[in-house]
Design a protein around this ligand. Structure first.
Ligand SMILES: [Zn+2]
Ligand SMILES: [Zn+2]
Ligand SMILES: [Zn+2]
Ligand SMILES: [Zn+2]
Length: 190
């Protein structure tokens, strides 16, 4: 008999594979891989299609964005950055990134947190990531090394929050599927 944990893990694994098979981690406009930087994935709220922020910035004209796939028009939008992030895709991007997938902040664990201190800036925890340099560093380092226009810095605490939430949701969904399967099995017995 399979334990609930196995079922949960299978469910998560399955959804990962589906993403990979469909190639959802590529922007359909520029054909480039989404990242946690200038190509962060955003949803066109009127039609639900997703593109990278870089492309959305390019097609954003006079406060309007026309979807390149279905031509639906969004009016009165100041910048592409106002569009919501596609969290599902972003989660995939992070899980597939060698550096970001490894990042975990365990605030309870003092030793582990001590490992995350910046070598150059005393008492500063390295919790920022730059998609240009692909390194992890502290807040002080941003000023020193990442003011380039190519640099796109994200706060890893935010990413950790997002991943925790996503994981919780996946478990919740798999539990719901579980319940559904059980009630269906019961119904078919009667
Ligand atoms: Zn793109
Ligand atoms: Zn569309
Ligand atoms: Zn530093
Ligand atoms: Zn940088």
């Amino acid at each position: 008999m399979k334990s609930t944990k196995d079922i949960k893990e299978q469910y998560i694994e399955k959804s990962m594979l589906e993403y990979a098979a469909r190639g959802l981690d590529f922007c359909q406009f520029c054909g480039k891989k989404y990242n946690v930087g200038e190509r962060i994935p955003r949803i066109l709220v009127h039609c639900g299609h997703t593109f990278c922020t870089d492309c959305l910035n390019k097609i954003h004209k006079r406060n309007r964005i026309r979807c390149p796939l279905c031509t639906k028009l969004i009016k009165n939008i100041e910048t592409a950055e106002k569009l919501p992030l596609n969290m599902n895709i972003l989660y995939e991007v992070i899980q597939k990134d060698n550096i970001l997938a490894e990042v975990e902040f365990d605030f309870e664990n003092e030793n582990e947190m001590a490992d995350k201190l910046c070598e150059r800036h005393e008492d500063r925890i390295k919790h920022f990531y730059c998609s240009n340099h692909q390194t992890i560093f502290c807040r002080e380092c941003i000023r020193d090394d990442h003011t380039d226009s190519e640099c796109f810095v994200v706060d890893l605490y935010e990413i950790q929050k997002m991943r925790d939430l996503q994981k919780q949701n996946m478990y919740k969904n798999s539990e719901q599927l579980d319940k559904l399967a059980k009630s269906e099995a019961k119904a078919s017995c009667n």
